[in-house]
Design a binder for this molecule. Structure first.
Ligand SMILES: CC(C)(COP(=O)(O)OP(=O)(O)OC[C@H]1O[C@@H](n2cnc3c(N)ncnc32)[C@H](O)[C@@H]1OP(=O)(O)O)[C@@H](O)C(=O)NCCC(=O)NCCS
Length: 170
């Protein structure tokens, strides 16, 4: 099924129709995503079907972030300068609708390639995911995110790894 991913537009996208298995991720999209975009805290990207462009299949958020060198996976940290803080990209939330199983991987890949593409305009050494529960931890681990252990819920995927996943779309 052809999908596209675009910035959340409350005038066009049906936020009320979206349901995640995690209630906090449903309410974020419905109540906070627009405000966070207006305040430049987080950009929300929604995935829609080409044939039903108002219905939100899933979404993710991206924000600029900083990490300490010691937080990063050791192998990556060894190759970076010893700056006190390093630029990263926070993927703060990622969820698909309960009625759209199998779309999580597409959402994740779009988020990763978007984050990678943005490094041409603003540096970032890794995508950081925050796992709120065991299922999220398992999902991130499956896709190669590393959890160095300093912050137990924080998972890292180095930008160099993402660059090898596939050609960014733009
Ligand atoms: C996590 C989530 C996005 C996955 O979406 P999905 O549509 O079920 O994922 P997909 O079917 O595309 O799964 C892709 C792969 O990940 C696996 N997977 C899905 N959820 C998983 C989990 N919790 N643990 C381990 N693997 C998982 C699938 O088995 C599949 O593997 P395969 O390609 O080898 O068959 C979805 O379950 C969701 O929205 N969960 C609630 C929010 C959440 O936990 N977000 C993550 C962090 S904020």
């Amino acid at each position: 099924m052809p999908y596209r991913v675009e910035l959340l537009d409350p005038a066009r996208h049906d936020r009320a129709g979206f349901r995640s298995t995690v209630p906090a991720l449903t309410s974020y999209l419905q109540q906070y995503a627009r405000k966070d975009a207006e305040r430049h805290l987080a950009a929300t990207f929604v995935m829609v079907e080409e044939s039903a462009p108002a219905r939100i299949v899933g979404y993710y958020t991206l924000s600029n972030f900083t990490v300490e060198l010691a937080e990063l996976p050791a192998e990556q940290a060894q190759r970076l300068p010893r700056y006190p803080l390093l630029p990263a990209t926070l993927m703060g939330r990622l969820a698909r609708d309960v009625g759209c199983p199998g779309t999580g991987k597409l959402l994740l890949m779009d988020a990763l390639l978007r984050a990678y593409t943005q490094t041409r305009a603003s540096g970032s050494v890794a995508v950081v995911g925050e796992a709120k529960d065991e299922a999220a931890r398992a999902f991130y681990s499956k896709y190669g995110f590393l959890q160095p252990g300093i912050e137990p819920d924080r998972f890292f995927l180095p930008m160099g790894v993402i660059g090898k996943l596939g050609a960014p779309s733009s």
